[in-house]
Structure formats: C-alpha cells, structure tokens
Write a protein that binds this ligand. Structure first.
Ligand code: HEM
Length: 148
C-alpha cells in the first residue's frame, strides 16, 4: 500500500474522530437503509456498544496502517468471528458503501476523489484479509464434517 494512501486515510480519519458518535449513528442508519435485512444480525439491545466498537476498530486499523502485517492475525480472527455473526461476503460490499457515504457526510469538501479512493483501497484490503480467513475456516469445517 502506497504511503500517500496511508497518509490520506490517517489525516481524514483524524477529522472524523471528534465526531465519532455522530458518524457511527449515520453509518448504522445508512447501513440499515441500504439493506434492512442486516438489522436482525445485530442484537437489538444495545447498538451504542456496537458503535463504540466500530469506531475503536477503525481507529486501531487506521493507526496500524504502517504495520498492516502485524494486524493480519487479528483481522483474520475477526473475519472468522463474523461468520458466527451470520455475515456473508456480499454484506461487506454494503458495509463498505455505508462507510464511504458516512465519511463523505463527515468530511464534506475534504472528501476528495483521492481520499475516497484511499479509503476504498484500505477497506478492500482489510475486507480481503477477513474474508479469506472466513472462507478458509468454512472449508476446514466442511472437511472436518466430511471426515467425522
Ligand atoms: C472491515 C470490516 C469490518 C470490521 C473492521 C468489523 C469490526 C467488528 C468488531 C470489532 C466487532 C466486535 C465483535 C468482535 O470483535 O468479534 C464486530 C461485530 C459485528 N459485526 Fe463487524 N466488522 C466488519 C464488517 C462487518 C460486516 C460486513 C458486517 C455485516 C453486516 C458486520 C456485522 C457485525 C455483526 C452482526 C457483529 C456482532 C454484533 C454483536 O453481536 O454485538 N461486520 N464487527
């Protein structure tokens, strides 16, 4: 990943961090508007906790862009846990759309095409690590079932 891409993502995220609560609310509202079928995947009880987790994860991921290979095991484990939450490959596309839309709302004019591309690239990378681990664990489960 290009240094410029990392810089753009980190600088723009710093502008969103102060309005993290609002951004998280915008994100989930947008996500459920794009695909209402995703709503039941999230426990109805407390979305507030979930919002905090989302923002913390993004902050950790953005800070870790310079040592992504160290983040890989955590992202792989996160991807495998998402299978258990009922998340499918196609859902990542919708979440990515909601994320970019939220950044656009939060950043306004600062959300230039270059910034958008940098985020799209970063999200695609994180997603590919999560999805690959999820697929591999699903294949292992199938193999183990067949062998049992
Ligand atoms: C870059 C992509 C994503 C990241 C970084 C991310 C991050 C997280 C984190 C940190 C958690 C907290 C639980 C844990 O650590 O296992 C979580 C839970 C969850 N995520 Fe994601 N997620 C991503 C994509 C998605 C997608 C595509 C969906 C599909 C709708 C999704 C749905 C959920 C659900 C349903 C939970 C569980 C909620 C709960 O039981 O409290 N996530 N996610």
């Amino acid at each position: 990943m290009d240094v410029r891409v990392k810089q753009l993502v980190q600088e723009s995220w710093m502008q969103v961090e102060p309005i993290a609560d609002t951004a998280a609310t915008l994100f989930y509202d947008r996500l459920f508007e794009l695909d209402p079928a995703l709503r039941p995947l999230f426990p109805a009880t407390d979305l507030r906790d979930q919002k905090k987790k989302l923002m913390q994860t993004l902050t950790v991921a953005v800070r870790g862009l310079y040592r992504l290979e160290e983040l890989a095991p955590a992202l792989e484990a996160l991807g495998r846990r998402h299978v258990g939450y009922g998340v499918q490959d196609a859902h990542y596309e919708t979440v990515g759309q909601a994320l970019l839309w939220t950044l656009e709302q939060g950043l306004g004019a600062a959300f230039t095409p270059e910034v958008r591309d940098a985020w799209a690239e970063t999200y695609a990378l994180v997603t590919s690590v999560m999805q690959r681990a999820a697929r591999e664990s699903a294949e292992e489960t199938t193999l183990l079932r067949a062998a049992a």
